[in-house]
Design a binder for this molecule. Sequence first.
Ligand SMILES: [Zn+2]
Ligand SMILES: [Zn+2]
Ligand SMILES: [Zn+2]
Ligand SMILES: [Zn+2]
Length: 391
Amino acid sequence: MDPPTDDIELKPETLEEEIEGGPLFHCDFCDADVVDKVAQSFLPGLASACVDNTTGGLFKTPANVAVEIRKEMVENLVQRSENFVAESVVLEGVGDVEVSADSYDIISDFVDDFVHSKRNFFSRVSGWILSEKREDWIDDLVQEMEINGFWLLNRRSTVAQTLLKNLDFRNTYHCNMNFKSPGDLEKHKLSCGFRTLSCGNEGCDSSFSAAQMEHHDSTCAFKMLSCEQKCADIIMRREMDRHCITTCPMKLVKCPFQSVGCQSTVPQRTIEQHRSDNIPSRLLYILQVSHKGESLEALKQRVQELEKVASPGRLASARDARSMAYVVKDLEAKLGPIKVHTEKKSDEDVKDLIDLREEKTNIEAKQVRFDAEKEAIGISESSRTPNESFN
Ligand SMILES: [Zn+2]
Ligand SMILES: [Zn+2]
Ligand SMILES: [Zn+2]
Ligand SMILES: [Zn+2]
């Protein structure tokens, strides 16, 4: 947009740098998390080397070679890290060199190689490497080193930083910015992506590079979050799963009346409401099971009777299909057998009807007689015809 101004602003700086060529001030911030991980791996590595180096020996113990082997180990690791990028170029050819493997993995390989190189004859031939005893000895030595403050973490971290800087030519884990004055450097450090920050979530003691802040926050187990199922609770991330499947009022539960026809899945907190909804359809389902073969009309009528005779809230209080079936049974005992209001036949009438059915020779007469009977007892239009009922 405005090239002349850019030129003027850029040129003097470039010139100044070329002319002065003076000492630059480096930002030496490293990814705290990776440095820590690498530094933590040094003690077990050193302990393994010491144990394997002295196994079966008479005059040396792992502990009394530790100082010497540590020195060798640090020198070995630093040298390998210095050569690593150059070696990779030679091995993989010039061009787009993929030295993208995780620096931590590369350092782990260096440590393994070093440990391997320190094995003595006995370690190599005796099957010692695979024995459980070896693991125990290594663990013991690591503990001993920690208790005695041998090779403290901050010292190991310094070594880890050196290795990382050598390997990390893409600046994934460390800052490589240079500044002309200490003031500029200090200013940069306040906003450097590799400056170490601590997690602000209560209970979490993690620290990490500023650039990793967002990533950490998105996975921090101590972060307080709104419930994933959208209840009103605020839950710690690590408690979320448990909350959602146990106490969350929005947890989905199967309707307790599944066995009597309701396939709904409803939030736990609405289950009370859901239970008191649709009572008639549930009653009907229960009656259909207990009065197989009864007409739908008759059962619907029975449902109404049940609702009428039940004390308020009695039916809604049934928590599941079984308890509702008990309530129904109880109420039905009061109501007596099902009878459709249109079929108020006396025993006499029923007997007549049976006779009718048996008189196969006089169908017309039967029909007339039945019609007359219908008249007398007031069967409605919608109720059964003789054929439906008795054939
Ligand atoms: Zn920096
Ligand atoms: Zn955290
Ligand atoms: Zn919830
Ligand atoms: Zn239901």
